[in-house]
Design a protein around this ligand. Structure first.
Ligand SMILES: O=C(O)C[C@H]1C=CC(=O)O1
Ligand SMILES: [Mn+2]
Length: 373
């Protein structure tokens, strides 16, 4: 008899960051992971994670809202259903629940993890097979202080852990952000690829000036300089700026990808499992981008290890023109898995075990879970 879904459990897990992480819309001192476990009638269980940044300051789903969607809306649609039929299960959720792609991503991940464990196959194999066993991974310099960022970059180059850095700009005046970026390019730029993420902070005319200056100083990639809705400005920048433009908040669904492709976008696209509803669903956007000649980049919502590994399984099946930023676990002071990921030589290794290939540390889960959920 085929296994059915018996029950779902979810937790809000608060983990402190190793230092303040300053983005254009918020400064993080703690990250909240929403962890999901789906338990099947055959005793196999699957793990998933849905994580956002800064409560409701980055995206439209909060950690507390994600947990509520999982417990009150998605779980009742899943309990008692055949556990192996992932496409029918996703169709069932899609029919009954609008949006909520972060919560759906946790479900899709947990279903894939459990299915992989049942078959003895890694999630990457369920998604068609990995092209490589390790992936490039950058680090984000975002302490909010230029000298501290340079010292951090120096130390990471010395240890060999990373050879590419992303800077978070957009919170301050354009001139201040440009001076900050120039100082980092001058200090580290001949040994590392330097990219910036503006997180939608600029209007179209500030972006035209800012991107021209960033291109001239040798920045390799400029991420989401304008508002997510201003796709025309993003397309114009991709044509006229001397540096590649990366679409992040502007693209989540395959339809978004089709729309920017139709408008002639010539940059690259940041894929994130949370934006698209999971490691299988995100491949639909990736395929549209590929068909349009838009380069791919493996993006993060600063997830912990479970969400990071789920993403890595998806990214491993794709040709990534710009590598990945799957460093989330390294930003956190502790981990809730038994064996953390291996980061070295600018790469992160893809776990090879069945399912996601990671195991929860139940004591740590309990220690960091919010008391009243
Ligand atoms: O891309 C974002 O906007 C979110 C995230 C990714 C890296 C980082 O530092 O923040
Ligand atoms: Mn971004």
């Amino acid at each position: 008899m085929s296994a059915t879904i018996e029950h779902l459990e979810s937790w809000l897990v608060d983990l402190p960051t190793i230092r303040p992480h300053k983005l254009s819309m918020t400064t993080m001192g703690c990250q909240t992971l929403v962890i999901l476990r789906i338990v099947r009638s055959d005793g196999i269980s699957g793990l998933g994670e849905a994580t956002t940044i800064g409560g409701l300051s980055y995206g439209v789903e909060s950690p507390e809202g994600i947990k509520s969607a999982l417990d009150n809306y998605l779980a009742p649609l899943l309990v008692g259903q055949p556990a192996d039929d992932i496409n029918p299960l996703l169709a069932r959720l899609e029919k009954a629940v609008k949006g909520n792609t972060f919560a759906k991503s946790a479900v899709e991940t947990a279903l894939l993890d459990a299915r992989g464990k049942a078959l003895g196959l890694p999630v990457s194999a369920l998604l068609g097979g990995a092209l490589s066993t390790s992936l490039p991974v950058l680090w984000t310099l975002a302490s909010g202080d230029t000298a501290r960022d340079i010292a951090e970059g120096e130390q990471l180059l010395e240890s060999g852990r990373h050879n590419a850095f992303k800077l978070k700009i957009g919170a301050r005046e354009l001139a201040t952000d440009l001076a900050h970026t120039r100082a980092i390019v001058e200090a580290l730029g001949c040994r590392a690829s330097i990219r910036v993420d503006v997180n939608q902070a600029w209007d179209a005319s500030t972006a035209a000036r800012g991107c021209a200056e960033l291109a001239a100083m040798g920045v390799d990639l400029i991420e989401q300089p304008v508002a997510a809705h201003d796709r025309d400005a993003l397309v114009r920048l991709s044509h006229h700026c001397g540096t590649a433009i990366l679409a992040d908040e502007a693209v989540a669904s395959p339809q978004d990808g089709f729309d920017i492709a139709r408008r002639g976008f010539s940059g690259a696209c940041a894929l994130k499992i949370a934006k698209s509803g999971g490691p299988a669903s995100v491949l639909k956007l990736a395929n549209v981008a590929q068909a349009a000649g838009i380069g791919l980049y493996g993006g993060t919502m600063l997830e912990g290890t479970i969400g990071t590994v789920a993403s890595l399984h998806a990214w491993s099946t794709l040709p990534l023109a710009w590598g990945t930023e799957m460093f989330g676990p390294l930003l956190l002071k502790d981990d809730i898995v038994v064996r953390p990921l291996d980061f070295a030589n600018g790469q992160v290794a893809l776990p090879q075990g069945p399912g996601l290939g990671v195991e929860l540390d139940e004591d740590k889960l309990r220690r960091y879970s919010r008391a009243s959920q």
